[in-house]
Design a protein around this ligand. Structure first.
Ligand code: NAD
Ligand code: UD1
Length: 343
């Protein structure tokens, strides 16, 4: 609640920076811990430009328990939002130990430090990847978690279990795992957004980089799926809406409204949108033509997934509200902002 102090690990990253803005605007005091392995310190300036407040910043690695632990000694922390993780699916297949090492150890250290320092509330970034290809759509929180298709996906499943088991064993400790569907878009100010490392794997950064001419042509991975237009379907969730879900989850815990010590929520729109629909919507709202071609399927792709967010709507009082058109406009504004910085 207003005035409480939140430690945001991975707070200079894509979702962490947007969530920091929402937290500050909701009256929280934010402390960011990030090792800058996939983000830049300059994001703090942009957060300050948007909110008028500069969050406290520690350049620390969550796997370094001793130094990371200093943050707890130096501050009175009421809750933690844990974003810090490695997240590139392809890299995780090539370097599984990096992923298990970083993602599991970061969470284990964090839980240990929270216990030691009497911090009893955590929101964890999970992913719809834990559902694999659900047999029944939309996926609900009760849908079975299937075997992960990548080491990255497996870390999300294992981290959920680490959190659940720790909460069960140690008591006096509450946690919420948010299973994000596909986060896209940028802040309406266009000052913060996603900073892909190298050639993007995700659809929307690939689209915006193609539109700006950094990349030549978008490949649409398959039009022969069993979907209305043959391309894959996802539940694209606006990053600002997603960030607001974190504020709602924190408030549920801090206001003592959690019904169970460990809770899980789907964070999506409840609507499936195809790859081709995204491309067409992007062209329409931004008044441009995108260079794209249909190519073969991408190995490991899931045909269709979208989530049922009604539990979050009901219990968190949260609902995705930004129209897709606005989200896609914000993604393009962000790409143009980045290009203007490079000039
Ligand atoms: P991101 O890479 O932009 O942000 C993660 C941040 O964590 C980066 O700033 C990075 O420097 C930092 N970090 C990584 N390891 C760290 C460590 N050991 N110590 C300190 N800082 C560390 O990624 P994002 O898209 O903002 O994702 C945030 C979280 O949400 C991740 O846990 C990710 O797995 C999860 N998630 C993301 C998506 C997505 O599509 N972006 C979907 C589902 C879940
Ligand atoms: C990917 C990750 C998933 C992660 C999610 C986060 C894989 C296998 N999975 O999922 O673990 O949780 O991001 O958002 O990487 N597409 C194209 N052309 C492109 C890029 C994408 O057609 O150049 C299509 C894909 O086939 C897919 C859709 O766009 O159908 C979305 O792709 P992407 O953004 O990579 O997300 P996911 O595949 O859902």
């Amino acid at each position: 609640m207003k005035g409480d102090t939140v430690l945001v690990t991975g707070g200079t990253g894509y979702i962490g920076s947007h969530t920091t803005v929402e937290l500050i605007e909701a009256g929280f005091k934010v402390i960011i811990a990030d090792n800058l392995s996939n983000s830049k310190e300059g994001v703090l300036d942009d957060i300050e430009k948007i909110t008028g407040v500069r969050p406290a910043f520690y350049r620390e690695d969550c796997t370094d328990r001793k130094n990371f632990g200093k943050i707890f000694k130096e501050n009175g922390i009421d809750a933690v939002i844990h974003f810090a993780a490695s997240k590139a699916v392809g890299e995780s297949v090539r370097e599984p130990l990096k992923y298990y090492g970083n993602n599991l150890l970061s969470l284990m250290n964090l839980i240990g430090l929270m216990m030691e320092n009497g911090v009893g509330n955590i929101v964890f970034s999970s992913s719809c990847t834990v559902y694999g290809q659900p047999k029944v759509l939309p996926a609900t929180e009760e849908s079975p978690r299937l075997e992960a298709t990548s080491p990255y996906g497996n870390t999300k499943r294992i981290c959920e279990d680490i959190l659940r088991d720790s909460i069960t064993a140690y008591g006096n400790f509450r946690g919420i795992a948010l299973r994000y569907f596909n986060p896209i878009g940028a802040h309406p100010s266009a000052l913060i957004g996603e900073l892909p490392n190298g050639v993007p794997n995700n659809l929307v950064p690939y689209i915006t980089q193609t539109a700006i001419g950094k990349l030549e042509c978008l490949s649409i991975f398959g039009d022969d799926y069993d979907t209305p237009d043959g391309s894959c379907i996802r539940d694209y969730i606006d990053v600002v809406d997603l960030s607001k879900a974190h504020v709602a989850a924190l408030n549920r815990m801090l206001d003592g409204k959690s019904e169970k010590p460990y809770e899980v929520y789907n964070i999506g729109t409840g609507r499936g949108v195809s790859t081709l629909e995204i491309v067409k919507a992007f062209e329409k709202v931004n008044g441009l033509k995108l260079n794209y071609k249909i190519t073969g399927r991408r190995k490991g792709d899931i045909e269709a997934i979208w989530g049922d967010p009604s539990k979050a709507n009901r219990e968190l009082g949260w609902k995705a509200s930004r129209p897709l058109s606005e989200t896609l406009r914000s993604a393009w504004a962000w790409e143009k902002h980045l290009a203007s910085l490079e000039k």
